[in-house]
Each structure stands twice: as C-alpha cells, then as structure tokens.
Design a protein. Structure first.
Length: 217
C-alpha cells in the first residue's frame, strides 16, 4: 500500500513539473558546442593515428593505393599471414591488379585468417573505426577474422562520432540507413571476468588501418 502511495505521489510531482515549466537556468548555453579540447597543431589524420595506436591499433599512412598494397604485403610477410578474405568488389579489384591472393568464400572462418574491409569513417578523437552492415563485408568479416585490415581514405577522417553519423546519413539517406553501425576501438577486449582485461575477446586480436591519401578511383 505504501509503495502505491509513494508511486502516485511521484507521478503527481512529475505531472506538476510538466505543467509548471520554469525558465532554463542557463538560456545562452550552446548544447551543440564541442566540449573536448582540440590540438590545432596536428591534423585530424595525425590525431587519429595517435588515438588509434594508443588503444592498441596499428596505423599505416599511404600516399596511394599501390603503396597500401605494398605495405600490406610487407606486413603479411613479416607476420606469416597466409589466409586472406575479401568480399568487397572495390577492394577485390585493387588486389586483383597486383595478383594479391585472397578468397571470397563465406562458408569457413579458419584460425589465423585475415579479413580485409573498408569502413564508413575514422574518428580522430577516439581512434575508432566506424563500420556498418551496408559495407560489402556485411557483419561477419568485422568479427570472425583473427586479424582485421581496414582500408580507409583521407576524407573519411572526422573529429567526432556525430560527424561520422552525419557522413553515413549523407551516404545512405534516412530511408536506407544501415541496420548495424558499430565502432571498433582497437583490438577486441573484455574485462567482464573478475575485472581482468583480456584480449582478444570476441573479435580480431589485431586491427590495422591503412589510410590512403587519395580518392577512390
């Protein structure tokens, strides 16, 4: 009985507050203004590189697509990677030009596989890679591989998450927004068990971003 009375009193106070609205305490407050400090001495891509490596990512800046593939081959040889998976037509065309070996099968996900994908955006402050289900890689190639290679372009680097969402909305429109949008911030990790950080957890143990300083051909 007392619980019911307390609930009714609370709802009464809420209704009263909605009826008797007060003037805002800070009417000139700009809610859209960025509250985070920015370093104007470095470029957005440099800020992303710093933030991304700080959370355990691997960053490589490339002047063009050819250099990106050359760096990929170099890193693959250094790590002994053998199994490459790529599902996006745009990336397949790039890899085909240099006869880079990959498979487009979607039936098996062996240990040690390397997934090669694009992304929707890179957030410079957070060092996060924004991906979606609308990319040709779907959902699985962001989670299943042991190692994840992301090929990105300079125009995809944005300051904040809201800027990334704006970029996605401009690309797809409100009626065709992807059903899944995710932020990848460094390699997979979790601290759910006894607050002990474990990596990898439910995704790739390494994530590499190759940022290309040129538009898509």
């Amino acid at each position: 009985m007392q619980v019911r009375i307390a609930k009714e009193q609370m709802l009464k106070r809420i209704r009263q507050a909605l009826i008797e609205k007060t003037d805002p305490q800070y009417p000139s407050l700009d809610w859209e203004k960025n509250v985070y400090s920015t370093d104007n001495d470095i470029s957005p891509e440099e800020q992303f590189a710093l933030s991304f490596t700080k959370v355990g990512g691997h960053f490589t800046f490339c002047e063009n697509e050819l250099e990106a593939v050359e760096q990929l081959i170099k890193i693959a040889e250094g790590n002994g990677w053998k199994k490459f998976y790529c599902w996006e037509k745009q990336l397949q065309h790039l890899l085909d030009q240099v006869e880079f070996p990959y498979t487009d099968t979607k039936d098996e996900f062996p240990e040690g596989m390397v997934g090669i994908t694009t992304c929707e955006a890179l957030i410079s402050r957070l060092g996060s890679v924004i991906v979606s289900s609308a990319i040709g890689s779907g959902r699985r190639l962001f989670v299943a591989p042991t190692f994840h290679i992301v090929i990105a372009r300079l125009h995809q680097v944005v300051p904040e998450l809201k800027d990334a969402l704006h970029l996605i909305r401009e690309k797809y429109g409100d009626q065709q927004m992807p059903s899944m949008i995710a932020a990848l911030t460094g390699p997979s990790r979790t601290a759910d068990i006894e607050k002990t950080l474990v990596t990898p957890a439910h995704g790739p143990e390494e994530i590499h971003v190759f940022l290309i300083d040129e538009p898509v051909h």
